[in-house]
Design a protein around this ligand. Sequence first.
Ligand code: MN3
Length: 230
Amino acid sequence: MFILPKLTYGYAALEPTMSADTLHTHHDKHHKAYVEKTNELAAQAGLTERPLEDVVREAQRKGDAKLFHNAAQAWNHAFFWQSMTAKGATPSGALKAAMTKAFGDIDAFKDEFVDEGLNHFGSGWVWLVTGSGGLKVISTHDADDTLIKDGLFPLLVCDLWEHAYYLDYKNDRKAFLEAWIGKVANWDFAERQLAASEGQGDGFRYPAPAANDDPAERRKAPAIGDRPRV
Ligand code: MN3
């Protein structure tokens, strides 16, 4: 059984960028529903005791669209919560250096992130990723995520589904994206992910299923985030 991970900050901590009302609806209703549906469908598929990263990839490999959509959405939301922080800062260290190399400067990166998210048609996600060519900004449709994209390692993601911003920004996705990247993006998390992509430390993993909640079993679980396959 996969659990719904708790937020690591209070529901009002990201205000005014993201309201407590939005976070309650988004986490307690949308994310919860994806986790519950994943548990139901993973049981039918005999995948309950596998790490969620495996379930996402197996579902995609088998063409099980329902399980894939729910499992990938469960994973993407957990990664999204980590991608935000109340302690707004600016990129520093190795992350800043990699961003400067890839985009010119931090502002140019932010513009590209906002443009990619704004121009993405319909529901999906906008990501900062790293791969063999360095950092880049991509977007994915619906539930698609970086777990099924060879050679890409995720650093940060923002949810582009209307439920992520409609209560606070109505149809103004641009205002949402600008506030998000400017005020609540979690650069410490992105920097840890970047280090993990280079083999230093662990990358983000979804909490192990409860039936596997044993340290010895957890150690055997494969790491997420396959290093960029270069
Ligand atoms: Mn969402």
